[in-house]
Design a protein around this ligand. Structure first.
Ligand SMILES: NC(=O)c1ccc[n+]([C@@H]2O[C@H](COP(=O)([O-])OP(=O)(O)OC[C@H]3O[C@@H](n4cnc5c(N)ncnc54)[C@H](OP(=O)(O)O)[C@@H]3O)[C@@H](O)[C@H]2O)c1
Length: 439
């Protein structure tokens, strides 16, 4: 092995940081042989230096000053594994401006500040590598950047949050309410104490924004995405899905709207056919389907989070970063940002066509169905099927489950708003797209 040492600064020594440290140490010899250089973690930043850690390490490498690692001329590669968007941004920009390569797992940072971060890399002559930011251990970023480089993409569909997929899978396989299964998921460590980033679809949306940049070269502001989480999914929806050959998945859709060629991104609970690959991806697994014009569809499935899976992706980037040291070129990555060209336009909701599922709680009295159908017709939403769940003796309201023919997202959203205002509709209607990927 050569005497060259690549010095790595870990900013963050929590779940992911310690995983990276552990596996770099375990595979030190093999990685060194492959690279012709030794990878050494020489500095580590944490918030609390007195906390006990899961692996043995030299405490003299610890600091609470992450910025000092970012500006340290002795550090070759900085791994930003702190999370958050304030300190993480400052650390990332400082390191990039100093010409270092930054490896990050931080999708929230990239979603909110991606353009600034990539500009800083171009200016500083360093690189940003972010395999671990989307779909954890699945090398999907590398697939888009390298393996599929000749392709123009038309769509990417993703199950990108293991917590949501775990909850929906258990609701399907075992019954039980969303709230009960969420509580158990927290007890088992599959969901955070504050679950909102996961179950409200925010984490999935951050990842969708990163994938959209890679495939279509535009950082789409989070506020331009339609994002709904899984909290409103009930056993009525799960039963409908099961009886009709679907699974409910929290699905990120990054798609060129068919008629207009404009870019559309959403994160919504979706009825996905069990005949389609993504309809059978269960538990904490993630899956990504990518459509390229040369290769066709490729599908990637694997663990989307966790210490070891995420460390696997971070270390792949660290190895690439080591190969890039001293190189000013793109390291094989064709930057998707258009140079002087115009940005791809975003699709309007009236340009997005889908079939939809709608569930309503209505007063069980004559004329309700006619009123609902007429409200939908006012918005040009035409019904394909209607089912009313059998009402228990004495119950005042009933659950109506409807599916629509192809209609625009705008028409559906406006129809649902009108239904919500209707006196005989109880509570908030629930709707989701019905996927047609397998058709
Ligand atoms: N966990 C996963 O499965 C997973 C998967 C994919 C991506 N990610 C991403 O990876 C990143 C890290 O996640 P994680 O789960 O490892 O988080 P974590 O367990 O909470 O660890 C965060 C680490 O950063 C340190 N830290 C936080 N703020 C700091 C500051 N201002 N200065 C210095 N150190 C600071 C913490 O120090 P203390 O230890 O002293 O508190 C801790 O060591 C996040 O961006 C996350 O979204 C995580």
């Amino acid at each position: 092995m050569s005497d060259q040492v690549i010095r790595i600064g870990l900013c963050g020594f929590g779940v992911v940081g310690q995983g990276v440290f552990n596996h770099l140490k375990r595979r030190k010899e093999a990685l060194g042989e492959q690279l012709g250089a030794r990878l050494e973690v020489t500095r580590i930043a944490v918030r609390d230096t007195s906390k006990s850690r899961d692996f043995e390490f030299d405490p003299s490498v610890l600091t609470t000053d992450a910025l000092s690692i970012a500006s340290d001329p002795e550090i070759d590669v900085l791994c930003e594994l702190m999370g958050g968007t304030d300190k993480a941004l400052a650390v990332t920009l400082t390191a990039l401006k100093a010409g270092k390569t930054v490896v990050t797992a931080n999708k929230a940072l990239l979603c909110d500040h991606g353009a600034e971060v990539f500009d800083a890399a171009r200016e500083g002559g360093g690189h940003v590598l972010f395999e671990a930011s989307v779909a954890g251990g699945i090398p999907v970023i590398k697939a888009i950047k390298e393996g599929l480089v000749v392709n123009r993409f038309s769509s990417i569909y993703g199950i990108l949050n293991g917590t949501c997929n775990y909850i929906l899978t258990r609701m399907t396989n075992e019954g039980g309410s969303y709230q009960d299964i969420l509580r158990e998921a927290k007890e088992l460590g599959y969901a955070e104490a504050d679950e909102s980033l996961d179950v409200d679809g925010i984490d999935t949306a951050h990842k969708a924004v990163v994938l959209a940049y890679l495939a279509f070269g535009r950082w789409v502001p989070y506020s331009d995405l339609l994002v709904e989480g899984i909290a409103a999914v009930t056993q009525d929806d799960i039963s409908y899905a099961r009886e009709n050959g679907y699974a409910i998945k929290l699905l990120a859709v990054i798609d060129l709207a068919h008629a207009s060629g404009k870019l559309y991104i959403s994160v919504l609970p979706t009825l996905v056919s069990k005949r389609y690959a993504l309809g059978s991806v269960d538990g904490v697994f993630n899956a990504v389907s990518i459509h390229g014009d040369v290769v066709g569809e490729t599908v990637y499935i694997g663990p989307g989070a966790g210490r070891d899976a995420t460390a696997s992706a971070v270390i792949a980037d660290v190895v690439d970063a080591a190969k890039l040291i001293g190189k000013k070129d793109c390291g094989g990555f064709i930057d998707p940002a258009p140079k002087g060209g115009h940005l791809i336009e975003l699709a309007e909701p009236e340009e997005i066509m889908s079939r939809y599922y709608v569930r309503l709680q209505v007063l069980d009295e004559p004329g309700v169905m006619a009123e609902v159908a007429s409200l939908l017709a006012e918005h040009q939403v035409s019904l394909a099927s209607v089912t009313q769940k059998e009402v228990a003796e004495g119950a005042k309201d009933a659950s109506l489950i409807m599916t629509t023919h192809f209609t625009s997202e705008r028409a559906l959203l406006e129809a649902v708003k009108s239904l919500e205002k209707c006196d005989r509709v109880q509570g908030k209607p629930f709707s989701m797209p019905i996927s047609t990927f397998e058709d």
